[in-house]
Ligand binder design. Structure first.
Ligand SMILES: C[S@@+](CC[C@H](N)C(=O)[O-])C[C@H]1O[C@@H](n2cnc3c(N)ncnc32)[C@H](O)[C@@H]1O
Length: 208
């Protein structure tokens, strides 16, 4: 069944009381594919890690166990998500292992070449001009850095049928892989994962 626009808008940028509820549901629902993305990143203890569209922050908190001596940063443009993530991960924030920034992925609040590993899961649907966001992502990556972009692809017709196209820009995986190459990523690879009968695609690329 097609989701109403007000629910789809919450997926794009959670807000208000409903946004707090959506954040909690999202943290549970997307854990499996986020774990898969983390495994693809092959995190090392010293890695500096960025998550774009980090939402609830649970994925970064898991990453903190693997990148045990690195800095972990999350960026999200939803003030509600920023508040939720800050509350859920107070201890890691107090230990200065983690930081959550309010900001948009087309203007990341970080200097050039800051991160070894970057991930973004279920976020590309909301980028109208994805090349700008991907180029900006590459800017903040160190040479040799690895990027993992996770999403449900247009190849899954039920996903397209469920979410309104005015809010969710659902693209074929090959188009997203090409966008990553166009943004300057190298060694671009495609990986697939399924949860039950739901398909996920992951585009990986390095900054040479
Ligand atoms: C569907 S949620 C996914 C959250 C999390 N990555 C997960 O997989 O559970 C999308 C998140 O990306 C954020 N977001 C969407 N577009 C963004 C942008 N241009 N810049 C920063 N954050 C963005 C939203 O606020 C939301 O928290």
């Amino acid at each position: 069944m097609r989701k109403p626009q007000f629910i789809a808008r919450q997926g794009r940028k959670p807000s208000g009381l409903l946004g707090h509820i959506v954040a909690r549901i999202m943290a549970k629902e997307t854990a499996d594919e986020n774990d898969f993305a983390l495994a693809l990143l092959r995190l090392q203890p010293e890695d500096a890690v960025l998550e774009i569209g980090c939402g609830h922050g649970d994925t970064l908190a898991k990453a903190a166990k693997l990148a045990s001596r690195g800095l972990l940063c999350g960026v999200d443009f939803s003030p509600v998500m920023n508040r939720v993530a800050t509350r859920r991960h107070r201890r890691l924030l107090a230990e200065k292992r983690l930081e959550f920034r309010l900001g948009s992925s087309d203007k990341l609040p970080f200097p050039d070449q800051s991160f070894d590993k970057v991930l973004a899961v279920h976020t590309i649907y909301f980028w109208k001009a994805p090349l700008d966001h991907l180029t900006e992502t590459r800017r903040v990556m160190k040479p040799g850095g690895l990027f993992v972009l996770g999403f449900r692809p247009a190849e899954d017709p039920r996903f397209q049928a469920t979410f309104p196209s005015e809010i969710y820009h659902i693209r074929p995986e090959i188009e997203i892989a090409q966008l990553a190459s166009d943004a300057g990523f190298e060694a671009v690879e495609l990986r697939k994962h399924t949860r039950g009968d739901v398909q996920f695609s992951f585009v990986m690329g390095t900054r040479a």
